[in-house]
Ligand binder design. Structure first.
Ligand SMILES: [Zn+2]
Length: 410
């Protein structure tokens, strides 16, 4: 059962008891004063043992003590988390390190890391009595929400801007979401979604600041600890957009260390796209830059105003880690190499982790003798246009053996 003891503010550190729906600290009056869920780790140490874990289902509900919602009988069967950790010796040689493992979160049910958070959000919405849940997004958060709403029997309403790419809209429609394509910008879609949630009483999933959803992301760190166990990597590499993924991974690792499941913690490497790197800037200078003018084709991590920057910077600092920035060209190269050398098909934002590893090795931040685990946060099938740019074109041949012979000799 869940061992939540309360919420604490990440800015002032106070234990707070906000009114329902409030997701920032009532004392701080700061939009970045987000909350952190706290647990009784002494109790978790007694029940979350290897023997107990061996009897639990292979999904992230196995860590029920350290989750903010109680999985019901139905949720226990949702196939979220416990994604594979793949040894990638040829990709390790390419990146220049002794050992590289990839945790492939593209194997979640809707093919991204976001399923960890959506499963928590949808379950919480259902337990609060909600029948409708909504968000404004064209990215993985929306498709993930639509997929889990379908599993949970909730109606999902997704607000997308007119420019939303067709493959992403298609995934929403297949999961049966009500897709409202707004003749306007993303910002207009976002505002309309928030207003509609208020007007119609829908559960709002627009929440980089929702403390409970971050707890879902934490399960990736819990799993890395359980899956690597006595063979912990020296470094864990995570691409960074808003900052809540890397903060979540760190929280999971730290909790497993505190309850005695692992005896040492890895260092964290945060990777940002060079065009949109406010969290890397904040890591170096202590504050966010005033504005971000660049862009990246790795859309999922191109976050100009990262709500969770404080948690992300604190996590990487506590771990003794570092941040690096990678170019879009390096990300494309990493997509190709991850596919060819490890059989892992990553979307650009996910391949950024492997690109960042290469960068950190060339900057001597990570030693060539190091053992590394990189998290691939989403499947390359999510963004076929980017994948085609990385992959190149097939060889067109006439239907004859001589044409085949000529083609394979090229
Ligand atoms: Zn506060």
């Amino acid at each position: 059962m869940s061992l939540v003891t309360g919420l604490a503010c990440v800015v002032c550190g106070q234990r707070v008891d906000p009114p329902p729906g409030a997701m920032t600290c009532p004392a701080c009056n700061d939009p970045f004063a987000i909350l952190d869920v706290q647990y009784d780790l002494d109790a978790a140490r007694r029940t979350l043992t290897p023997t107990a874990l061996a009897t639990r289902p292979p999904n992230h509900w196995r860590y029920a003590e350290l989750l903010p919602v109680e999985p019901d009988a139905d949720a226990w069967s949702w196939p979220v988390g416990m994604t594979p950790v793949i040894d990638a010796p040829r990709l390790a040689a390419w990146a220049g390190v002794a050992r590289l493992r990839i945790k492939d979160d593209g194997r979640n049910p809707t093919a991204s890391f976001k399923d960890r958070a959506s499963s928590i959000g949808v379950l919480r919405a259902r337990q609060c009595g909600a029948t409708n849940i909504a968000c404004a997004s064209t990215g993985n958060a929306a498709s993930s929400l639509a997929g889990f709403a379908a599993m949970a029997g909730l109606t999902a309403t997704i607000f997308v801007p007119q420019t939303a790419p067709e493959p992403k809209v298609t995934q929403l429609l297949i999961y049966g979401a009500r897709v409202l394509r707004i003749r306007g910008t993303y910002a207009q879609a976002y505002d309309l979604c928030s207003a509609a949630c208020e007007r119609f009483g829908w559960y709002n999933r627009n929440c980089a600041i929702n403390a409970y959803l971050v707890e879902g992301k934490k399960t990736c760190g819990l799993e890395i600890a359980e899956q690597c166990d006595a063979d912990m990597p020296d470094w864990v590499v995570v691409s960074v957009g808003d900052g809540c993924t890397i903060a979540g991974v760190w929280k999971g690792l730290r909790q497993m260390h505190e309850i005695g499941c692992i005896d040492r913690l890895p260092r964290l490497l945060g990777v940002q796209a060079a065009g949109v790197a406010p969290v890397a800037d904040a890591f170096e200078r202590g504050t966010l830059p005033d504005r971000v003018d660049g862009t990246t084709f790795a859309e999922s991590i191109g976050v100009a105003v990262p709500r969770n920057w404080r948690k992300a910077v604190a996590a990487v600092k506590q771990s003794g880690g570092a941040f690096v920035r990678v170019s879009d060209a390096a990300i494309l190269d990493a997509m190709r190499s991850s596919g060819r050398l490890a059989g892992v098909f990553s979307e650009p934002a996910a391949a950024a982790a492997v690109a960042g590893l290469g960068e950190a090795v060339s900057m001597s931040i990570i030693a060539r003798s190091a053992s590394v685990l990189a998290v691939s946060t989403g499947s390359g099938l999510k963004d076929i246009r980017a994948a085609l740019t990385a992959a190149g074109a097939p060889i067109d041949v006439d239907p004859s053996m001589s044409a085949v012979e000529a083609a394979i000799q090229r």
